[in-house]
Write a protein that binds this ligand. Structure first.
Ligand code: CTP
Length: 404
């Protein structure tokens, strides 16, 4: 798919990463998009309008008044013209303005006037990116329905290393293309996602759990929502910031609670994604009071928890699609394929613990997908949001409701 004829406003704000917007412009134009660049005032300190106007083949706007004619750049018209409003890089300052309705330059004014979808690619130093005020603003703009192109990890202009780099232009173009192709493919579909770990109580203050962050499940939930699905999330205890209001959200703690919540809604679901890392065993008895320290060693008797995917897999009706996850450390493909069959999955996504940058806590992942029809797809190391898009593409291909 190309971006032929798509009208994209590319907002450039004041960040060292502004130099990358030149490359991004080239890639978008090469794909056939019409790119109208709007720069914030401070972006002018980082890259010249001449560079960007040459690459976009259009004048670049950065002030309300057009230089030559004295006419004004009508932000309302610009906002209505665009099919997509993309800001890359988005500085902490511009983010703060977007989150709070501050309108002091052409870029912020156009943001407020735009009726089209918005994609934001932040670029900051790692401490800035983690600051509670930035986290809060990111949450706020996402609650407006803006799509976040999450920053990547790596070396930063400050010399520090960590998360904050703007998503690479190639990856942004990929996301933009996916956005235009996969729009609303899940319209009218009900999707249940189990995500996060479960916590199995030992006594009132202690529990057994695992390192699952819930990030992969959340990436799927976000994308499904954007593609029109009605998303039901049954979440174990997670510690990432999410806007729960977009979803039918149920918080649970134990495997049994996760099962009970999922089983109740399962019959009306079109797709179920079992992304939770469910504890396989929990204490056979929960001590009513805090267990006091006594002997040098102690034993806790465990009993097997209910297997949610297996139980619901046995109740699956023919037009439901079940997707499982597997995290393996050895003999990975064989184990994953065995789980695919045993739990009556239509598709299983294998995470390898051996891959650097893949697995539980991080923002990236590398997976293999196996379908019940024998198809195999392998991803490269990508952002979890990109992995989510890939998984959804495969679900669409298996589903009866799209031709994708
Ligand atoms: N799963 C589940 N309920 C459980 C255990 C697992 O729903 N009690 C789901 C997971 O959400 C995942 C898939 O089953 O989609 C495979 O989970 P995994 O932990 O890899 O498999 P297990 O069957 O627990 O096998 P093992 O831990 O022995 O590898």
């Amino acid at each position: 798919m190309s971006l032929q004829g798509k009208r994209i406003i590319l907002g450039v704000s004041g960040s060292i990463a502004a130099y990358k917007s030149a490359h991004l412009t080239r890639l978008l134009v090469k794909e056939g998009a019409e790119v109208q660049i709007i720069m914030s005032t401070s972006a002018l300190d980082f890259i010249t309008p001449l560079t960007l106007s040459t690459l976009s083949k259009r004048p670049v706007y950065h002030q309300f008044q057009k230089d030559e004619t004295g006419e004004w750049n009508n932000h309302v018209e610009l906002g209505l013209w665009a099919d997509l409003f993309l800001v890359a890089p988005m500085s902490a300052n511009t983010l703060g303005k977007f989150a709070n309705g501050i309108c002091d330059n052409l870029l912020t004014a156009t943001y407020l006037s735009a009726r089209c979808p918005v994609m934001l690619a932040p670029a900051m130093d790692l401490d800035m990116y983690q600051h509670p005020s930035v986290r809060k603003n990111l949450e706020t703009v996402q609650s407006f329905g803006n799509h976040l192109l999450d920053a990547e990890s790596g070396e930063l202009a400050s010399g520090l290393s960590g998360k904050g780099r703007m998503m690479e232009p190639e990856h942004i173009v990929e996301q933009v293309k996916r956005f235009f192709t996969s729009k609303l493919d899940f319209q009218g579909k009900k999707v249940l996602i189990t995500l996060g770990p479960t916590q199995e109580a030992i006594d009132p203050v202690r529990y057994i759990s695992n390192h699952s962050s819930g990030k992969m499940g959340m990436a799927l939930a976000e994308q499904l929502k954007e593609q029109g699905a009605e998303v039901y999330v049954v979440a174990g205890p997670i510690h990432i910031s999410v806007d729960k209001s977009k979803f039918h959200w149920l918080d649970v703690m134990s495997a049994q609670e996760m099962f009970d919540a999922s089983a109740e809604i399962h019959p009306k679901m079109d797709v179920v994604i079992f992304a939770a890392a469910v504890a396989d065993y929990g204490p056979a008895e929960v001590a009513p009071e805090k267990i006091k320290k006594s002997e040098d060693t102690m034993q806790i008797r465990l009993k097997k928890n209910i297997d949610i995917a297996l139980t619901l897999g046995n109740q699956k009706h023919p037009n439901q699609l079940h997707v499982g996850f597997a995290l393996e450390t050895e003999n990975e493909s064989a184990h994953a394929k065995a789980k695919l069959a045993k739990k009556n999955f239509d598709m299983i996504v294998l995470n390898s613990m051996k891959e650097k940058g893949a697995g539980f806590r991080g923002d990236t992942n590398k997976v293999h997908i196996f379908t019940k029809n024998g198809k195999q797809v392998e991803s490269s190391l990508m952002q979890k949001s990109e992995i989510a898009s890939m998984i959804l593409d495969e679900i669409k291909k298996m589903s009866s409701w799209t031709e994708a």
